[in-house]
Design a protein around this ligand. Structure first.
Ligand code: 1PR
Length: 523
């Protein structure tokens, strides 16, 4: 039996699911007494350091945790569960950590996108039973803006390179903690969890390729989900956001089955978009939450979900905050939430005053779950102009002139699934959302959606160069070459596609094979 500490934020569901998939039972605990009596303790942390320490103190968990750690019983800390062990974090000045391992948690100070999101490798610094069965070339899933700096090199188990070499796991006796997420790292991650549950006899040191580890470009499968006219929740797919064919909503399969298929085919991440979320309310739309629950039981890569994340008042006058909606998604197995329409309205408000309110969905969710958990999904459409001075928006010179020969365009943000255009451009939206605390941009493109013509490289460049958070390029993938193009011609960190995967035109494995000797991927 494994004891798992749930202090109330982040996605503990994924960790529970991963451990249960290995045949172990999990006892979820929230208080100090249960920690003291635990035999093996897992402390998964996703979220923000200050909030986590605040809750640990409030629930009087700090002392029991330190007692447990001091007894050298098996402990596995994940992500924030690693950072919590240190003295303090730059993320929350004035807040002390557990101070079990001497050292600090520092923000990445590098010339690359932060958060560090995605699959990266490990440099093995010492042998451990934790590594049994690994080849050494595996990539594990990371998502964080801060990394630990250990004073004692003896505790460093692995490091990883991302603009600098940072500590990606530590071990002190039976205390192991990782910056990466084993529960989201596919087969390699499950093997590590297995090694923690039943430590093999021998410590091993996997071989590894020479040189620095490298972050892989991610290939993301996207499932646009909505009810069809018969009331079944289906994966659909639009042409420039029109999902109807002959009057009916296109049905390309069952969400849970498709997600499982993409996981097995090697998707690095899976995104669900509840595309009618702007008019339905997700906490009433229980099937969507159920889809997440079922998917997260056997899909061990990150799951992002979007649709309907906003404040909401139900028919009985009960008010729900966007944070509560997001919490519902996280509890059901999501690792990240993506905000579409509401992000546009939030940015418009911000631009009116030039000041954050501190209460927007982006800020509140980032405060509790961490910036990396907040994706902003942008649904832009090209608007051509004859000259940049015609509009006050971020205008680009385009190689794809408009119908009247216009050589300039801007990208207009839309809400409600492209139904309503707003007086805001995609570049400004991305910048404002980054300022408010978004951790990633999912950059769709209505003009390219479902066309198979390739990604809109001009749009992606305009946004990726304007922000320092990672950008997911989306819409238009039609052949394997398009993925290569988007990774070499733009700063996109990942590429998302839907139609070609759903229609089985190109399996994910073929995309990875094509990219193998051209760009870094996870094979
Ligand atoms: O506004 O917060 O409720 O979120 C709604 C979410 O649903 C937004 O993220 C929005 O992008 C999405 N959405 C709304 N309507 C549609 C639609 O298609 N009618 N889908 C929609 C967005 C775009 C991508 C698509 C790529 C790749 N779909 O998700 O998967 O374009 O497609 P392709 O590879 O076939 O070209 P809120």
């Amino acid at each position: 039996m494994i004891t798992l500490l749930d202090y109330g934020a982040g996605n503990v569901r994924s960790v529970i699911n991963a451990i249960e998939s290995l045949g172990e039972t999990v006892k979820v605990v929230t208080g100090g007494e249960d920690i003291l009596s635990a035999e093996k303790l897992v402390f998964p942390g996703v979220g923000a350091f200050g909030n986590m320490m605040h809750i640990l103190h409030e629930k009087k968990i700090v002392e029991p945790l330190l007692t447990y750690l001091g007894s050298d019983r098996p402990f596995l800390g994940i992500c924030l569960g690693l950072q919590a062990l240190f003295d303090y974090s730059e993320e929350a000045s004035g807040t002390k950590g557990l101070g079990f391992i001497p050292g600090a948690v520092k923000r990445f100070c590098i010339d690359l996108s932060v958060p560090h999101i995605g699959w990266n490798g490990l440099n093995y610094k010492q042998p451990s039973r934790f590594f049994a069965g690994l080849q050494g070339s595996e990539k594990l899933y990371f998502v964080h803006s801060y990394h630990v700096v250990a004073e004692d090199p003896e505790v460093i188990l692995t490091t990883t390179d991302y603009g600098c070499e940072f500590v990606s796991s530590i071990q002190k006796g039976n205390i192991i903690a990782t910056q990466f997420h084993p529960e989201k790292s596919g087969r390699a991650g499950l093997r590590l969890l297995q090694n923690f549950l039943e430590p093999p006899a021998q410590a091993v040191s996997p071989g590894q390729a020479a040189g620095e580890t490298r972050l892989a470009k991610r290939i993301i499968a996207c499932l646009d989900v909505r009810s069809n006219d018969q009331g079944d929740l289906v994966v659909t797919k639009g042409d420039q956001y029109d999902v109807r064919e002959g009057g009916n909503v296109r049905n390309l399969g069952q969400p849970v089955e498709l997600a499982r298929r993409y996981y097995q085919e090697g998707a690095d991440e899976i995104t669900f978009l509840n595309i009618t979320g702007f008019r339905d309310f997700p906490l009433e739309d229980m099937p969507m939450l159920e889809i997440l629950r079922q998917t997260s039981r056997n899909v061990f890569v990150p799951l992002a979900i979007g649709g309907g994340i906003r404040d909401y008042t139900d028919k009985d006058g009960r008010q729900y905050s966007a944070l509560e909606v997001a919490a519902g998604y996280f509890r059901s197995g999501a690792d990240k939430v993506s905000i579409g329409s509401d992000a546009v309205l939030i940015a418009e408000d911000y631009l009116k005053t030039g000041r954050p309110t501190g209460r927007s969905a982006i800020e509140e969710i980032a405060r509790v779950y961490g910036n990396q958990a907040v994706v902003v999904s942008i649904d832009p459409r090209r608007v051509y102009v004859k000259a940049p001075a015609e509009v006050k928006h971020a205008v680009i010179e385009t190689n794809l002139p408009g119908p009247g020969g216009e050589r300039y365009c801007w990208y207009q943000c839309t809400i409600k699934g492209g139904r309503e255009g707003r007086d805001l451009d995609a570049v400004t939206l991305a910048q404002v959302c980054e300022r408010l605390g978004a951790g990633e941009i999912l950059l769709n493109c209505i003009d390219r959606d479902g066309t198979n013509l390739g990604f809109d490289l001009e749009l992606i460049n305009a946004v990726a160069t304007a922000v320092s958070i990672p950008v997911i390029a989306s819409s238009g993938a039609g052949k394997v070459e398009h993925f290569h193009e988007v990774f070499t011609a733009t700063g996109a960190e990942s590429a998302l596609a839907a139609g070609i995967f759903h229609r089985r035109e190109i399996p994910i494995g073929d995309v990875k094979k094509y990219l193998a000797d051209k760009v870094e991927t996870r094979l």
